[in-house]
Write a protein that binds this ligand. Structure first.
Ligand SMILES: Cc1cc2nc3c(=O)[nH]c(=O)nc-3n(C[C@H](O)[C@H](O)[C@H](O)COP(=O)(O)OP(=O)(O)OC[C@H]3O[C@@H](n4cnc5c(N)ncnc54)[C@H](O)[C@@H]3O)c2cc1C
Length: 411
């Protein structure tokens, strides 16, 4: 199988949102690359991915930009509730806050679109190693070797490409675990009120993160996707202790759910790492670039799908320029991931994580509760609603102050 396209223009390791967004943006910009971009995927679509499947409005904007209808079952969330160590916060912006999908269906939908645009996907092909010289990258897989001028490492938090080319660093890896519970939609506020629920009280118990409950549909059947995110699981001591503590906090967040009963079943909870953005990291090495979880995503909430699309868009632009002969294009991608809108946003989220998950977290949660309007701007900014997260920091702070003091609205 490898022989027919073992040499190509661009190789992409991984066909999650980051790899597929890279291909979709690149083929939109350069349709002539159809048939010359190969994605290597260890699994086969549709494949399970441990993920709550919450698409923030920024991701919906990216789909619109790519001309893609969602085409999969979804629950639209209109309201939210966040329990914090100092009280409860209600969220209602009068527009969708989140669209909850299932990742097997969503990623398969993206893969179909990318194939239709000309991406070749080599499924059941696992990347094992990477070497490069000044003109080519060679990728060893369990189905033979592939060569290209550029390689995109979009193979997730445990990226083989990252480990082979950038080194094994594991300091910036969080962990989330989740389960799906079937519910009668009449009995669950998440369905009755189109609501998601967050609970940050685990921060006071030593878990820098939050528990969540999202409404979702699995094969048309209403479920709650319930889970907990820990930004620093390595700090939690003995092996196994980390997961036990996460489960204790998850049960405390949602005592009405039958979570304790679930623990007796085989594999009731699925855990998965989330690599978060670290401003000291580099994302380009020679002819290899990283995108999505392989690079690092939102440290505060572990949200990574919108980031995957943003990285994909920047990667596509850099690859197109590089293929045009711009020798600095891939290095510029590294700068973009730090300095463009997505990099600036990740730095602010890293700052927020340090404070909301730090020793003075109660003070910061208290501050966040002070002004409803300031909070709403923060939520719109986080969600990328109307792309306000792309505005320069100074303009955003000016508008934020105007909104708080004079009641002008950010549109
Ligand atoms: C429990 C949990 C809940 C989450 N909830 C949300 C949420 O609600 N909203 C949100 O935005 N984000 C959420 N995230 C984060 C989100 O899942 C990731 O940020 C997102 O999947 C990143 O996309 P990606 O394409 O970079 O990586 P992935 O989606 O991990 O895709 C990587 C792909 O590479 C393939 N691959 C891996 N290794 C190899 C290899 N060696 N060779 C070939 N192929 C390989 C994998 O099979 C996979 O298809 C959650 C994460 C977890 C763990």
């Amino acid at each position: 199988m490898a022989d027919s396209f073992s040499r190509c223009e661009v190789l992409i390791a991984g066909t999650g949102p980051a790899g597929l967004a890279t291909a979709l943006y690149l083929l939109r910009e350069r349709p002539a690359l159809a048939g010359r971009i190969v994605a290597l995927e260890k699994s086969a679509h549709p494949r399970f991915k441990t993920c709550a499947g919450g698409l923030i409005p920024k991701t919906i904007l990216a789909l619109e930009e790519l001309g893609l209808a969602l085409e999969v079952a979804a629950c639209i969330v209109m309201r939210g509730e966040a329990r914090t160590p100092v009280g409860v916060v209600e969220i209602d912006r009068g527009e969708p806050l989140c669209t909850v999908i299932r990742r097997d269906e969503f990623d398969a939908r993206l893969a179909r679109a990318a194939r239709a645009a000309g991406l070749i996907i080599a499924e059941r092909t696992r990347v094992i190693g990477v070497t490069q010289n000044s003109s080519r990258v060679r990728v060893e897989t369990d189905r033979g070797a592939f060569e290209a001028s550029i390689l995109v490492g979009a193979d997730g938090s445990g990226s083989r490409v990252r480990a082979a080319v950038f080194g094994p660093g594991k300091e910036s890896i969080g962990r989330a675990l989740m389960t799906d519970i079937p519910v009668d939609p009449r009995d669950a506020v998440e369905f009755a009120d189109h609501r998601y629920r967050f609970d940050f009280r685990c921060v006071s118990a030593g878990i820098p993160g939050y528990a969540w409950s999202f409404p979702c549909l699995i094969d048309g059947v209403p479920h709650l996707n319930v889970g907990i995110y820990d930004q620093h699981p390595r700090a939690s001591g003995a092996a196994g202790g980390e997961q036990a503590q996460m489960l204790t906090e998850l049960r405390a967040a949602f005592p009405e759910l039958p979570l304790a009963a679930l623990e007796n079943r085989t594999q009731p909870f699925r855990a998965f790492p989330i690599r978060w953005f670290d401003s000291r990291d580099h994302y380009t090495s020679g002819r290899v670039i990283l995108a999505g979880d392989a690079a690092g995503v939102d440290p505060l909430m572990g949200e990574g799908i919108s980031c995957a699309f943003e990285h994909g868009k920047l990667a596509a632009r850099a690859i197109a320029r590089s293929l045009d002969g711009d020798a600095t294009a891939l290095e510029a991608y590294d700068r973009d991931l730090h300095r463009a809108a997505v990099g600036r946003k990740m730095k602010k989220l890293a700052f927020a994580a340090r404070h909301f998950y730090g020793p003075r977290h109660r003070l910061f949660f208290r501050l966040a509760r002070l002004s409803r309007r300031a909070r709403e701007i923060g939520i719109d900014w986080y969600n990328g609603a109307r792309r306000i997260d792309e505005r320069p920091t100074r303009a955003l702070v000016g508008r934020w102050l105007r909104e708080i003091f004079f009641g002008a609205s950010i549109r």
